[in-house]
Design a protein around this ligand. Structure first.
Ligand SMILES: [Zn+2]
Length: 183
């Protein structure tokens, strides 16, 4: 992503490697402000009630009409866990409790880091939010594998299934990654 005009003073930028740096940056030609571009963090959750998990059919582009787990860009001033819970609330009016980290994917092509949590639905009630056409609790046998919105949704559902989420009599195995501080 190129920044053509300085975010501080509005002057034109130039693409160059600043002093003591080793990456090309957009640097202001007037005030010298360096515009750092870094990957974005996406947070989401596989939300489980007994032997079912929450899937949402997207009402927005990209991939409108395809199925996903609740996920979206992390906002400022929230933890990753809070972000995942917020997305579940926004997309499916779901009230969830985060249980642990399920998977982390770094995707260079789109400069994103995606964190997915395992979560428990506090109530088995889900309602489509503004960005969702349908919110459904589905069994593994009914997961629409061919109609998932993104590769990472496919990967995280495979991970969740392999770890025994939403499976009767199995205690899910979560990643051996401690949850970070809450603030
Ligand atoms: Zn400037």
């Amino acid at each position: 992503m190129t920044v053509r005009f300085c975010a501080v003073c509005g002057a034109a930028t130039e693409r160059r490697i600043p002093e003591d740096d080793d990456h090309n940056r957009d640097v202001c030609t007037a005030c010298g402000h360096v515009h750092y571009a870094n990957p974005k963090v996406v947070v989401g959750a596989v939300c489980v009630h007994e032997e079912k998990l929450l899937l949402c059919r997207r009402a927005i582009e990209p991939r409108r009409g395809f199925w996903t787990v609740p996920a979206g860009f992390m906002e400022l001033n929230e933890t990753a866990e809070e972000g995942a819970a917020r997305e579940a609330s926004e997309e499916a009016c779901a009230d969830i409790e985060i249980e642990g980290l399920l998977a982390c994917y770094s995707i260079k092509r789109i400069d994103q880091v995606q964190l997915f949590y395992a979560a428990r639905l506090k109530q088995p009630t889900v309602i489509a939010g503004r960005e969702t056409l349908e919110a459904e609790l589905v069994r593994w046998a009914d997961v629409p594998w061919a109609d998932l919105a993104f590769p990472t949704v496919h990967w995280v559902l495979e991970e969740a299934r392999a770890r025994g989420l939403a499976t009767r009599g199995t205690r899910p195995r979560l990643a051996d990654v401690p949850l970070g501080p809450r603030r």
